[in-house]
Design a protein around this ligand. Sequence first.
Ligand code: F6R
Length: 609
Amino acid sequence: MCGIVGYIGPRSVVPVLIDGLKKLEYRGYDSAGIAVIEQGKVLVAKSVGRLSKLEEKLEAYTPEANIGIGHTRWATHGRPSDVNSHPHTDCTGVIAVVHNGIIENYLELREWLEAQGHKFKSETDTEVLPHLVEHFYDGDLEKAVQQVITKIEGSYAMAVISKNEPDKIVAARKDSPLVVGLGDGEYFLASDIPATLAHTRDNFILNDGEIAVITADGVKITDAQGNKITKEVFHVQWDAVAAEKGGYPHFMLKEIYEQPRAIRETFSSRISADNKRVVLNELSLTEEEIKDLRHIFIVACGTAYHAGVVGKYVIEDLARIPVTVDIASEFRYRNPIIHPGDLVIVISQSGETADTLAALRESKKAGARILAVTNVVGSSVAREADDVLYTWAGPEIAVASTKAYSTQLIAMFLLGIHFAQVRGTIDAAYAERLITGMREIPDQVQTILDDLEDLQSFLKKYAECQNTFFLGRGLDYAVAMEGCLKLKEISYMHAEAYAAGELKHGTLALIVDDVPVVALATQTDLYDKMVSNIKEVKARGAQVIGVTFKGNTELQKVVDHVVYIPETENVLAPVLTVIPLQLLAYHIAVARGCDVDKPRNLAKSVTVE
Ligand code: F6R
């Protein structure tokens, strides 16, 4: 977690650092800080709270400098406070360090450094870094950092400055992302590309174990031993505007409305013009290998896990391959039975989620073949997988995932249909109906967005509720899980998703007068059963919002309000059903006065366990 930035060049550094940090607040926002070198001195300013608190502090005195580093924090070791905020410094304030990740052996290192007289100020793991640099410094900052990384265990992206070498930033990474933006006579450092995009589209993406030495004259990349590495420039295709709000009050709403485009871009180059076949040329899996697949695991966290649950239903139903879907933090420690040749699909919007990455590595060790579904080109997950199926959602800034989820669903449909076509488990007519159905989805999503513009006023009455339930069967249950997570994370309203048939085994006890229940009823084979479950909650006084296909005139007779979605193949329904649930969560959160894009206690990219 946490975001780091750096700059060296002719501009005044403070505004550049602050602007960069604004783009990275999604990575954490409980405190922020900067360190710059002004007239041969390292100056540090930091503050607990949002970035605006740091800006207020800097109003009293804004250093004039051309080199600096900055940090926005999501606390792991040590509560959010001024003193625990980054940058951290060595004993004499000569060296300053910002860090993203966790130094796992920090206690041991701290004892060792303290025994040698180093004085610590904070409770953080990070503070061992400046003291280690101080310990190893012998007139060469780059060499000192090389030695530091032989001592530390865990994950890091770090940037180091020292008043002894006032024209240099030394940066290093392992298991936490870091990019160097290449300007004209100026260089930028950041945890993620949106922070450099206002200045340049050309970047070096650092790999694990690489060190960047950045001066105003250029960037030198080396391996951990100091051997020079030639890097290719990664040219970003999207522009800074794509990473801005574009007139919407929140990134989340903008990203919800971007879904027609994101979905279209994710499938359009992957289906044949005659709508007969899914073509996944980017996969190296051969037809023989697909036919031989005995078991697929899908592993992910949070919303991406919910896309995986849909993936399980879809792949099992279409391609008839058993699929086990797992939460990455459970999978990595449960000693899963993986056989060589099994396929492990990891799904991750950011491609940097620590548990997902660890699960990928465990699976690789066990001999599995890894297919990554991710939204971030060059991310760790993408680089370590055997194959990558990119979702083309564009940058997702809001903490609550929306367009990443819907494009992950498209990836699941593409894989399900592709595997089924290769294995011959669906006939040509059904494949064509599914592919044609997929082509229609962007317009159908747009229709839902247009039809639901008045949802806001209707939802107001639910904003005061304390408990909500989301029910569904089959694929509707998978989507209920996602709708429920969305509501909880941004509106702080308690919600539970339930497989509707399971309700009467305990949870029905919680259904009393006026409890809102969102009931998804799109799956034809399960429809009658679902209606019976709706009647069970209605009989206990629940207020039911039903979601079903247009043309269903029956559901309105049993629920209090119906939200209609355009008709599609049952298998494809999740990508439509989720849209009203995203809007429901969004409008309730706004009505409750919540910070929609930056919900409390959360961060966008979870690069720690
Ligand atoms: C919820 C949300 C999270 C992420 C999860 C995995 O809206 O965004 O649950 O889905 O942290 O993140 P990625 O997909 O980046 O691995």
